[in-house]
Write a protein that binds this ligand. Structure first.
Ligand SMILES: Cc1cc2nc3c(=O)[nH]c(=O)nc-3n(C[C@H](O)[C@H](O)[C@H](O)COP(=O)(O)OP(=O)(O)OC[C@H]3O[C@@H](n4cnc5c(N)ncnc54)[C@H](O)[C@@H]3O)c2cc1C
Length: 424
């Protein structure tokens, strides 16, 4: 078994990084070479800006190159939860922003000619308990009427067209959702940005941001110093971002395994719908089929951060769950296992805007493939002085009490959710 991301292992590495260290002046410094930072850098360069991307590792080495491969419409909480918190009008607008983000990814793929197996697969949300199906049905009425008229409920008796498993009690399909090869997409974005003159500094860590006045910042890195007219913080779940953001964003580990390539008959025997799948459990799972017919199967498992040993432990738990859902796969081999960190907000919605002259877009809460690309583009327009809607700008954003960086409380949260999942 390989302990590397399947997306990293099956896409060529980016070869366009700058060899010289970062120094001098740029119009914009982007901190983070994930989807958000690269999309912003590309959009800024298209507007004629001199842009530098500062990336601590290699491009898409974090969430953007380690995710479950879903480019879904819809946000992380259920629609009814967001309606309750922010009202129907706001919830509908936020939901539509996620629709627009999937459209935006599709457009970018076409415009830049990125070969990444983009496909509108649809998303299937599966109820793991009969009571979850009932709750889903109630939320569906509102969702269907106000935000997603294409969504359809799949009663338990009709689930066979989508999935063959005794573990589920009905579901809902959202057809607008898509999937793609995340490594190929990330490489395509980085190459498109480099083609437009963006300088990408890999293996270069931002160590300090010092405000010079207005939106001007001195960006100190472990390789050199840049002066930037504007800075965009697109550093995901980084525990090295300024304290204001660390107090609001909880880094949570999530893990994935990928099987050996399967035959079309094997796939038809457990997931004939070939959609992006998520389950309703609190400690839930997400899965899909890759372009080369592997089952890529993820979940939160242990509420631990990824790392040596931790990935393997989580991988074994995922493997057991995969075989529990699909006993027909009991003999298939697991080829890949890896983990990553998601940047979770308390209300599980992103935040983007400007604070102390510093622009930021973070907190995608595990639903960032589409929205990080979208917000990168929108922040680029806003930073260029254009009037563009920012759907997350004015949402309240209080700090998480007692949280200053490392998430000490996660094992307790994990225990609580596991207890809830165990109840009928
Ligand atoms: C295992 C896993 C599964 C997921 N599954 C899905 C999914 O199926 N669908 C979905 O929509 N979303 C999913 N997500 C979330 C999604 O991948 C992210 O929301 C999205 O990629 C965020 O992109 P980003 O550019 O904001 O951040 P990232 O991709 O995290 O990029 C941030 C970058 O900033 C760099 N950085 C941080 N600090 C510094 C510093 N001080 N100096 C320089 N560089 C720095 C990091 O190295 C990193 O490369 C998943 C995430 C994980 C981890």
């Amino acid at each position: 078994m390989k302990f590397v991301s399947y997306w990293h292992d099956t896409a060529p590495a980016f070869a366009g990084a700058s060899v010289a260290p970062p120094e001098g002046r740029v119009d914009v410094a982007v901190i983070g070479g994930g989807f958000c930072g690269l999309s912003a850098a590309l959009a800024l360069a298209k507007r004629g800006a001199r842009v530098a991307v500062i990336e601590a590792g290699q491009v898409i080495n974090a969430g953007s190159g380690r995710n479950g491969g879903h480019c879904n419409n819809g946000f992380s909480p259920s629609f009814s939860v967001v309606v309750e918190r922010y009202g129907l009008q706001r919830a509908t607008a936020l939901y539509r922003a996620f629709d627009a983000a999937v459209d935006g990814v599709e457009r970018l793929v076409a415009e830049e000619g990125i070969a990444c197996h983009f496909r509108r697969s649809g998303k299937l949300k599966l109820a793991v308990k009969p009571s979850h199906y009932e709750a889903m049905q109630q939320s569906f009425e509102q969702l269907h009427r106000h935000a997603d008229p294409e969504a359809v409920m799949i009663p338990p008796a009709e689930l066979g067209a989508e999935v063959h498993s005794g573990s589920f009690h009905g579901g809902m399909v959202m057809p607008k959702s898509a999937q793609m090869h995340m490594g190929e997409f990330g490489l395509g974005l980085a190459e498109a940005a480099a083609r437009r003159g963006v300088r990408v500094f890999e293996n270069t860590r931002m160590t300090k941001l010092r405000r010079l006045g207005g939106t001007r910042y001195r960006v100190e890195t472990d390789k050199g110093v840049l002066e930037a007219g504007q800075v965009l913080l697109a550093s995901g779940a980084s525990m090295q971002s300024p304290l204001f953001f660390r107090r609001r964003i909880i880094p949570i580990g999530t893990f994935i395994v990928a099987t050996e390539p399967l035959s079309d008959e094997q796939v038809a025997g457990f997931l004939p719908g070939r959609r992006n799948v998520v389950t309703t459990a609190n400690v839930g799972n997400y899965f899909r089929i890759t372009p080369d017919n592997r089952l890529l199967f993820g979940g939160r498992t242990r509420f631990a951060l990824p790392g040596e040993g931790s990935d393997a432990k989580s991988g074994r738990m995922l493997e057991a769950r995969l075989r529990e859902f699909f006993p027909q796969l009991k003999d298939i081999r697991i080829d890949y296992c890896w983990g990553g960190i998601v940047d979770v907000n308390r209300d599980r919605l992103p935040r983007a805007g400007e604070r102390d002259g510093l622009f930021y877009a973070l907190g995608y809460s595990g639903h960032g493939v589409q929205m990080s690309v979208e917000m990168g583009g929108r922040m680029a327009a806003i930073m260029s002085g254009e009037t563009v809607a920012n759907p997350f700008e004015d949402l309240p954003w209080p700090p998480v009490p007692g949280h200053f960086g490392p998430p000490w409380f996660l094992p307790l949260v994990g225990l609580y959710y596991r207890f809830k999942d165990g109840m009928k």
